[in-house]
Ligand binder design. Structure first.
Ligand code: GTP
Ligand code: MG
Length: 312
């Protein structure tokens, strides 16, 4: 039986193997994704991001348990753009989900960069798609915040939860504009610590200043993930956001934008690869780069000439 058939019949081993194929940029991965794609689009996808040690894994663990109680099956992808390790290597340390690992209804996978940050967000999206096709009803992407990379990674999510903690010093400095824009829900975790109130009011102010035209006002939820306090309220806020996405047509818009970006980036990659392959045989590409570097030519003109040539 081929991997797609095995995966669709519910084999966890096939699921693990399919993910490894995507991670290793296996030759056959593209053909597999082509077959799986029509079966995706059913899962509820939640992104959880925030600074290192904010309690993302603890929250993910508690949320996953909550969804399990509701009878839903779960996929968890823990993405660490700062780590070269993948698979099971960091499960023990960074993912505090030991009980979940024993639950047949939960599939956990961690991903690192394997040396290159490029492509990590695409791979994450592919892993989510594989879990979706497998039939996971809720998929949680946990990613540690290191700037643009986590913003790209959580773009695969329908609902993004940004986790913050009090007492990190210059709290508000750490709330980068990009983070405010991607947050559908904000969580102040470790709300048992001093300064939680201060962070709350600072964040409230930032959100008012940053209001979008959307009808959704990102709520702020306080949690103590380690004790489970506030988890029900967080799950309720996620539900509310899901309802909002469905009713307002925003889910469709979000997914259309995602499809649009995905298609464009594949086209860009394809054209770049084609051009570079064709022109590097003769050494032409390198000599053009060199002439731009010497300021004999400008990149705008050269790019236009090359594009005109290859789209002719
Ligand atoms: N006091 C307190 N500690 C917490 C809370 N939530 C998590 N912790 C602790 O904070 C530490 C880090 O928690 P994790 O869940 O691993 O945090 P993380 O954001 O997943 O960390 P990375 O994946 O390494 O970025 C652990 O020791 C948790 O037990 C909380 O609400 N209050
Ligand atoms: Mg973690």
């Amino acid at each position: 039986m081929d991997i797609v058939a095995e995966l669709l019949s519910g084999s966890r081993r096939a699921l693990a193997r399919a993910i490894t194929m995507v991670e290793n940029e296996c030759h056959e991965a593209a053909a597999m994704m082509q077959q799986l794609y029509p079966r995706t689009g059913k899962a509820q996808i939640i992104g959880i991001t925030g600074p290192p040690g904010a309690g993302k894994s603890t929250l993910t663990d508690k949320l996953a348990k909550k969804y399990r109680q509701l009878g839903k099956t779960i996929g968890i992808v823990a993405v660490d753009p700062t780590s070269p390790f993948s698979g099971g290597a960091i499960l023990g340390d960074r993912i505090r989900m030991n009980e979940l690992i024993l639950d047949e209804g939960v599939f956990i996978r961690s991903m690192g960069t394997r040396g290159s940050l490029g492509g990590l967000s695409r791979k994450t999206a592919d892993v989510v798609a594989i879990m979706d096709a497998f039939g996971k009803e809720v998929i949680i992407i946990e990613t540690v915040g290191v700037g643009q990379s986590e913003v790209d990674i959580v773009k695969a999510a329908d609902t993004t939860v940004v986790v913050m903690v009090p007492g990190l010093g210059d709290d508000i400095q750490a709330i980068k504009a990009g983070i405010l824009e991607i947050g559908d829900i904000f969580v102040i975790n470790k709300a048992d610590r001093a300064d939680a109130e201060r962070l709350n009011s600072e964040l409230e102010m930032m959100l008012v200043l940053n209001q979008s035209e959307l009808d959704w006002r990102p709520p702020i939820k306080k949690t103590v993930a380690s004790s489970g306090s506030g988890i029900d309220e967080l799950a309720a806020a996620i539900d509310e956001h899901t309802n909002y996405l469905n009713k307002s047509g925003e889910l469709e818009r979000k997914r259309r934008l995602r499809a649009n970006n995905e298609l464009l980036s594949l086209i860009k990659e394809g054209i770049s690869r084609y051009v570079v392959n064709r022109m590097s045989v003769s050494g032409q590409f390198n000599s053009l780069v060199a002439s731009i570097e010497r300021r004999e030519k400008d990149p705008y003109t050269i790019a236009n000439i090359i594009l005109a040539e290859c789209l002719r």
